[in-house]
Design a protein around this ligand. Sequence first.
Ligand SMILES: Cc1ncc(C[n+]2csc(CCOP(=O)(O)OP(=O)(O)O)c2C)c(N)n1
Length: 327
Amino acid sequence: MPPIKRTKFKLSPDQLLDMFYWLKLIRAFDERLSVLVRQGKVRSGVYTGIGQEAIVVGTCFGLRRDDYICPLHRDLGAFLMKGVQPGAMMAQMFAKAAGLSKGRDSALHSGVSELGIFGNTSMLGANLPVAAGLAFTFKMEKSDNVVVAYFGEGASNVGDFHEALNFAGVQRLPVLFICENNQYAYSVPLEKSMAIDDVADRAESYGFDGVAINGNDVLAVYQATQGALARARAGEGPTLIECKTYRWHGHSEHDKAFYRTDEELAMWKSRDPIPTFTTYLKGMQVLTDEQQNEVESRVKQTIDDAVDFAINAADPAPEDALTDLYA
Ligand SMILES: Cc1ncc(C[n+]2csc(CCOP(=O)(O)OP(=O)(O)O)c2C)c(N)n1
């Protein structure tokens, strides 16, 4: 297909269709996980990012394999986009030997160094000084790799966030701080944890740019990320991108989210990133109904296969419990 002339994003129709596939796949992965939790089949806490997919897709799209990401509990989609096979990711949620941490760990703390994925820990914000450290390594090695680190608006209130941004600003490090501002830190609404409206404003204190954008618009996220990546690769330092969004489910699948209203949820559902992008693609004549059907059935098959793989995969062998340990 010829490149589209009217878009400023310089994405080919094939790339736009690829973005559409990732949005659909990540949504379907989380939705299936949610069902599997209710069936009692998942051996992990599940924190879905349903409603937030445009952030992961817009930031990971076009990242290089040797760029690093530091994903959060809600960013299983980032693992997929960085190259983890859906079957392996699902096996991780089932704590099977074929999962990323071979059944040892809660699903959320695994990393895959050869794919540039640094595992998170439970301490909110603690991934950010690690991200700055990784970026410091890239700077010392004089490579143009970049680190993309995710955090919630809740995590932006802990000390680690501020130390990481300060160090990254002083050292002009190649790191993108991506705030997934989904309005709640567990049950705490934004206005009860912050005295300002925009997390993005915090970047200025540390000497670099912060921008607040519509996190439900995958192309807006992509565009902001591309600018920040180019600056980071050119040695111009960090950027904070605050993506305004909303999580449709509770904090985790066991949270019924009684602290918010049905009206608020309905309002945010009307801003669902996927139909918005679908309408855009159809308006640009990039996506036909047949192509949409094809993507949807490919996604369904991929998820079905991943679940089959995970269900049929072997449990970890007890005699392997002490392998892969470091002293
Ligand atoms: C330092 C720290 N404090 C508290 C917690 C408990 N906790 C786990 S998730 C969460 C809410 C996180 O909110 P946010 O950072 O906005 O990310 P979100 O889950 O909304 O994506 C809290 C308070 C924790 N894990 N670490």
